[in-house]
Design a binder for this molecule. Structure first.
Ligand code: B1M
Length: 222
């Protein structure tokens, strides 16, 4: 890897936002292709962060600072990516379910997904079933991600899936769910397509579901 890209890669892992910003700027000024800055440096580093989390060498705070540093680099790079026509890996509509205001885990999942090259439409917290449905119609994602942190709000995940069905858009998307009180069994019971226990595994799940969605020709890119 080019030394400038290696430096961006290292600083994302270190979670140093200003070093990532300076590094991405230097790489762009030196004429490094936007796709290489994105894939080799930013996405490559976030993959390593996810791997370290799974090996329990990194914990949530390290993952959060790395994700924030990556986001700083991504914001700087975005105009060049759009100009160069670099497509997003896939598109996901993400939100915390109705009645639930917890957003730290959901936002971390969103940042890790951006780090993996996904375009993330983050609807925020306390998102009602209709809002999820409207967002699917408007943004035409391949994936919908729903987070819940309360045992009382988990129930609204089922109503969200039912609303997607009622609106006739359920078959257009794969739905993944997560959040501390959830289990794989619960996800299956409500008819979700997948469950991930943490942000790193959410990325792996999103990639797998995206492949499934693309296998049947569903969804749209950036
Ligand atoms: Co709340 N809260 N809270 N809280 N809060 C919990 C969840 C609780 C377990 C605390 C406790 O009692 N021990 C408890 C829930 C009990 C239950 O239902 N079983 C609880 C409660 C009761 C409440 C209130 C009802 C308290 C009250 O007012 N009486 C209230 C509810 C408000 C509401 O939502 N309507 C409330 C309020 C709040 C604050 C606003 C103060 C604050 C939220 C701030 C914010 O998010 N902006 C808050 C916080 C911070 C917590 C704890 C302490 C931490 C949550 C967190 O951010 N964790 C939490 C206790 C705990 O979890 N230890 C607690 C860090 C985060 C990185 O992890 O969110 O689990 P997490 O996300 C992980 C995974 O779950 C997964 O990946 C993430 C990253 O690895 N994941 C996904 C999450 N979403 C995913 C989606 C995916 C895939 C994976 O795919 C789409």
């Amino acid at each position: 890897m080019h030394a400038l890209l290696q430096s961006v890669y290292d600083e994302v892992i270190n979670g140093d936002r200003s070093a990532v910003e300076a590094g991405v700027r230097a790489a762009m000024d030196a004429g490094q292709p936007p796709a290489s800055i994105l894939n080799d440096a930013l996405i490559g580093a976030m993959k390593e962060v996810g791997d370290r989390f799974e090996r329990e060498e990194f914990y949530v705070p390290e993952m959060l600072v790395a994700a924030r540093a990556m986001k700083t680099g991504l914001t700087l790079l975005k105009p060049q990516l759009i100009q160069a026509g670099v497509p997003a890996a896939g598109k996901i509509v993400l939100g915390t379910v109705k009645g639930d205001l917890h957003d730290i885990g959901k936002s971390l999942v969103g940042m890790m997904l951006e780090g993996a090259g996904f375009e993330v439409i983050d609807l925020g917290t306390d998102v009602g079933p209709e809002k999820f449905g409207e967002a699917v119609r408007t943004h035409k994602p391949q994936l919908v991600g729903i987070s819940a942190l309360l045992t009382t709000t988990m129930a609204h995940m089922k109503s969200t899936l039912e609303a997607l069905e009622d609106l006739g858009v359920r078959s257009q998307v794969k739905v993944m769910v997560g959040g501390a009180p959830l289990t794989d069994a619960f996800a299956k019971e409500i008819g979700a397509d997948g469950y991930a226990p943490d942000a790193s595994r959410a990325v792996a799940l999103a990639k797998a579901l995206l492949k499934e969605a693309q296998g049947v020709g569903k969804g749209a890119g950036r």
